[in-house]
Each structure stands twice: as C-alpha cells, then as structure tokens.
Design a protein around this ligand. Structure first.
Ligand SMILES: O=C(CO)[C@@H](O)[C@H](O)COP(=O)(O)O
Ligand SMILES: [Fe+2]
Length: 239
C-alpha cells in the first residue's frame, strides 16, 4: 500500500514566542506532523532548537501530532537519548554527518556504514522512528544497504542546502525523489526545502508523500488554506 500523505510544517518559521499556539494552528489546519529543525552551529551555521523545546512542544500537542525531528548536527549519536526522552517521534539525521563518503561516492565505505547502522539501531532502540537525510550532494544509492538492513523508516530528500528556511527549491533534486520512490514503493519519502504552492506538485508527482514547508505555511495570510493547498497536491499525485 502506498504510504499516507503527510504535511509537516517546519516550526523554524513559526513565532518561537508563541510556539504552542502556532503548532496547534497547524494541527487544526490538518497537518499530521510537526517538523523540528535542530541545528547545532557546527554542522550548519545556525542554532535553533534542542531537547527542552521538544519536551515543551510534546507537552503542548500530546499525541495530536508526530514530532518529526530533523537533526542537522555533527554528532547525531550523542543526541539520541535526549531527543527520545524529550518525546521526539522521528529522529532523522544527515547521512553525511556519519558517512561523509556519501557526498563523493554512490557507495558508503564499510566503516562509515557500520557507524550509520549503529546510530539507526540506537534510534530505534530508543523507541523512535529512524530517518536518513540526503543533502543535495549525497547520492540516493547510499541508503540502499541501510534499507536492506531494515533500519530505515523514512528518507528525507533535502531540496535546499541545509541551514536556513526560506531558500529556493532545487528542481534538480526531483530525479532523486523519483529514483527513491521507484526503488522503495512503500517507504515514507519526505521532501524538505522551498516547498510552496508552485513547487509541491513536482515533488509530489515525483513520489514524495511527506512534505515539509516552513516559510510557505507560516508566511501565509491564511495558514489553513496553505496546508490545504499542500494536501491537495499530495492527493492529486496519489490519485
Ligand atoms: O531543514 C531545513 C533547512 O535546513 C528545512 O526544514 C527548512 O526549515 C524548510 O523551510 P522552507 O524552505 O520551507 O522555508
Ligand atoms: Fe528540515
């Protein structure tokens, strides 16, 4: 069965002084997940959200939304337990943070592959779903041994360089989404970066079933209409 369509607004573009009401507005508008961009100032030059904020967000939304945590950090392994305790549902890490060979080769070198596998086992062992993120330069083929090992719950395709919201969608990432959907018909494939009314169709038609959108959703004059537009594009692609 094809995986369910999901909208995951990125709270990076929310008003952090009003995070709980902003999150609840998204849920009331029909969003099923909330995307939490975690940046450590090392992997990318930005500092955002850590476990205390995830804990408060979880307390505010309970089980009404999945907390979809996207970790752009240099040492994801160090954060598994803290995010699990805070209430993260999905822990997605940058594959190149643990396996930099994915940026220059279609095959991850064995030592790095073992590190990625150990991390994913730890994520699942801590009770979270394990996601693997491919930044634009990371080769799609590199996820194959991880999927074959049964460790991948979600593949996130970044359609911008990591670090900031509000960047332009990279259309050259569409073939990567298509290749992953062809290889993994039942996998949650998430697209993240520059998603709005004019770009969501291409990502959805290529096979993404989970769409992240930050500046489009929180910058909209009508947040509910923005979420509905994204949902309609996913529904049209699935039909
Ligand atoms: O992970 C990232 C950026 O590194 C994203 O989740 C962005 O925060 C999405 O923002 P928009 O491109 O939708 O404004
Ligand atoms: Fe993200």
């Amino acid at each position: 069965m094809a995986p369910a369509a999901v909208i995951s607004p990125s709270i990076l573009s929310a008003d952090f002084a009003n995070l709980a009401p902003e999150a609840k507005k998204c849920i009331q508008a029909g969003a099923q997940w909330l995307h939490v961009d975690v940046m450590d100032g090392h992997y990318v030059h930005n500092l955002t959200i850590g476990p205390p904020v995830v804990k408060s967000l979880k307390a505010a939304v309970g089980t009404s939304a999945v907390l979809d945590c996207h970790l752009m950090v240099t040492e994801p392994t160090e954060w598994v337990d803290d995010f699990a305790k805070a209430g993260a549902d999905i822990f997605t890490f940058q594959l190149d943070a643990v396996a930099p060979s994915c940026l220059t080769s279609e095959t991850v070198i064995p030592e790095e592959l073992e590190k990625a596998k150990a991390l994913m086992k730890a994520i699942k062992g801590a009770g979270m779903k394990a996601g693997v993120c491919l930044r634009p330069k990371a080769a799609a083929a590199c996820v194959a041994p991880l999927v074959e090992a049964g460790l991948v719950d979600l593949i996130l395709v970044l359609t911008v360089e990591p670090g900031f919201g509000g960047q332009a969608f990279m259309p050259e990432m569409v073939p990567k989404i298509e290749a992953l959907r062809k290889a993994y018909p039942d996998m949650d494939i998430e697209v993240d970066g520059g998603i709005k009314d004019s770009t969501v169709g291409a990502a959805a038609k290529a096979g993404a079933n989970v769409v992240v959108a930050g500046s489009y959703v929180f910058g909209a004059s009508d947040l509910k209409a923005a979420v509905s537009t994204l949902q309609a594009a996913l529904d049209a692609a699935a039909a």
